[in-house]
Ligand binder design. Structure first.
Ligand code: 5GP
Ligand code: ZN
Length: 112
């Protein structure tokens, strides 16, 4: 499968690693939209949050268990935002589930 985030997880494409464990890999976004912009992806290919099922939901739970520590390591004491874009209307450009962690400033109240 030709998936850029699978290639990043496998180390075939370089990335700035923030965190990794058995279930997920976190790295800095190549085109940051906030002072801190990190992506957290499952090691296993899941197309989007719309493809979360009872069988793979435990991976998502593991990602969310890791996020507070990732946020702390990024210095996001003042808070942050987690975003996951889905499909055409959600402007998802990479078809491998990922959670954007955005912060490092007071974010816009406008989410859409
Ligand atoms: P989406 O638009 O699918 O929600 O988010 C995809 C994100 O992946 C974008 O913020 C984009 O900047 C980031 N991205 C795309 N290609 C690469 C890459 O090769 N390396 C890194 N670090 N980020 C990437
Ligand atoms: Zn993938």
């Amino acid at each position: 499968m030709n998936c850029i985030f699978c290639a990043i997880v496998n180390g075939d494409i370089p990335s700035k690693k923030v965190y990794e464990d058995e279930y997920c890999y976190a790295f800095l976004d190549i085109a940051p939209q906030a002072p801190v912009h990190c992506l957290v992806v499952p090691r296993e290919h899941i197309g989007s949050a719309d493809e979360i099922t009872p069988d793979n939901a435990c991976i998502v739970a593991e990602i969310f268990k890791a996020i507070p520590g990732i946020a702390k390591s990024l210095g996001l004491e003042g808070g942050y935002r987690i975003v996951s874009n889905i499909g055409e209307d959600g402007c998802q450009s990479v078809k491998h589930l990922h959670f954007h962690i955005l912060g490092g400033k007071k974010l816009s109240e406008n989410m859409a």
